[in-house]
Design a protein around this ligand. Structure first.
Ligand code: GLA
Length: 401
């Protein structure tokens, strides 16, 4: 769908034109999974698909929510903003608006707004459609509610990077409070800070980051969708968050630490005995290994050692399968089939897990064979059809009009 078509749909729905158009992308994570809420590093890239938001003021003191993807429409008075029941999709948007006002005392919603969303991130694919929606809302409404009269960016930011980080934090707070998922910062950060043809090496403890060029001559990043909806509900995800916390508490009896990512693989040998809970121990072992793999993978990419990068991706999947237990039959079938194809450098699940997508590095000449073989194996073993997309790495959140 083009932005002109979205504008026409807005006008048809509301009877007047949109005043502004914004876009924020979904993401794919190359490596560094379930490390973000453990103070570790991640290495995601923003994609060229994401969420669009068109807005215009209204004179009725209400927020009207429509989406070109969802049938439900909502109307909420601007003085009655609170989480809506039954997992209403407008919560991802309402939450951001309320959180902007809470985090920035100068931010005010001075009128009602008509909103129209459109998203083209495959639904339930674990490519962060919700983060894209949160960040696009944070971008639009920081501008509407808190444009600094001191110049610079909304909310008084003079530095673009700091402003974009704040957009990610608003989105994350919304996910915690309005969706009940105690997620880390990776998805919203990638959506806010993405850069075309670069991955983001982010330290989730300090929020320091670096854009690293993804130069893969003759190799593509291929995303494969299980079409098995990822069940990143609060349940299994929040369990992992708690299990990691248990590991930190038990390790701290022998070595005080704030988060698991502080431990190197050498430290691990000394402290693992202190974890009495066997599940917490497996979870922690994944995190310590994954943090080390992520650092090694970034170095490998910088040096052009793509084969090694691919091996680390594959090792990441194995650890997520065996120790973190977030893969499941569909993701394992895709990854294990991919590993058998000549010309695949590495393949792993990406995102929260339990369904969703894998990400693979595939040589150009092997792409057709990859699709054919992985697609066939997957259908035989699961009865489902996989979808393949060659990832285009795009920019972070932006205003388009
Ligand atoms: C989800 C969360 C992220 C991150 C990943 C796993 O996408 O939203 O914060 O924890 O899972 O790496």
């Amino acid at each position: 769908m083009t932005t002109q078509e979205m504008q026409a749909a807005f006008e048809q729905a509301y009877g007047h034109k949109a005043e502004k158009v914004f876009f924020s992308p979904g993401r794919v994570n190359l490596i560094g999974e379930h490390t973000d809420y453990n103070g570790g590093c991640v290495f995601p890239c923003a994609l060229s698909f994401g969420a669009w938001l068109l807005i215009a003021k209204n004179e009725d003191n209400v927020l009207r929510f429509r989406s070109l993807n969802m049938p439900q429409v909502y109307e909420i008075a601007i003085d009655a903003i609170a989480p809506q029941p039954d997992r209403a999709w407008c919560n991802y948007s309402l939450g951001c608006i309320e959180i902007i006002a809470r985090r920035h005392p100068e931010a005010k919603l001075e009128s009602g707004y008509d909103l129209m969303y459109y998203g083209n991130v495959p639904a339930g694919a674990g490519l962060s459609s919700s983060a894209a929606m949160e960040v696009v809302t944070a971008r639009a409404f920081t501008e509407e509610m808190a444009v600094s009269d001191r110049g610079g960016y909304p909310c008084g930011y003079t530095d673009e990077k700091a402003y974009r980080t704040e957009l990610a934090l608003i989105g994350q707070a919304c996910e915690h409070e309005y969706a009940g998922v105690m997620c880390g910062i990776m998805d919203q950060f990638a959506s806010a800070q993405g850069k075309k043809d670069h991955a983001i090496y982010l330290n989730c403890d300090t929020m320091e980051f670096e854009h690293v060029p993804v130069k893969l001559e003759g190799i593509k990043v291929v995303i494969t969708n299980t079409h098995s909806p990822h069940h990143l509900d609060s349940g299994a995800y929040n369990d992992r968050v708690r299990q990691c916390k248990t590991a930190v508490e038990q390790i701290s009896k022998v070595k005080p630490i704030k988060c698991l990512a502080e431990l190197t693989p050498e430290d691990w040998k000394e402290v693992e005995g202190a974890i009495t809970d066997p599940i917490a121990k497996k979870r922690a072992r994944h995190v310590v290994g994954e943090v080390a793999r992520t650092a090694a993978a970034v170095e490998a990419l910088k040096k052009g050692e793509i084969a090694y990068f691919g091996e680390l991706m594959t090792a990441s999947h194995v650890s997520l399968r065996d120790d973190y237990e977030v893969t499941g039959k569909e993701l394992d079938t895709l990854a294990e089939a991919a590993w058998q194809v000549e010309g695949v450098l590495g393949s792993r699940m990406t995102g929260g897990g339990f369904g969703g997508c894998t990400v693979s590095l595939v040589k150009d000449e092997a792409i057709e064979e990859f699709k054919a073989f992985v697609g066939k194996e997957y259908e035989e073993k699961t009865g489902l059809k996989a979808d393949f997309y060659v990832a285009e790495i795009g920019d972070g959140v932006m205003r388009l009009a």
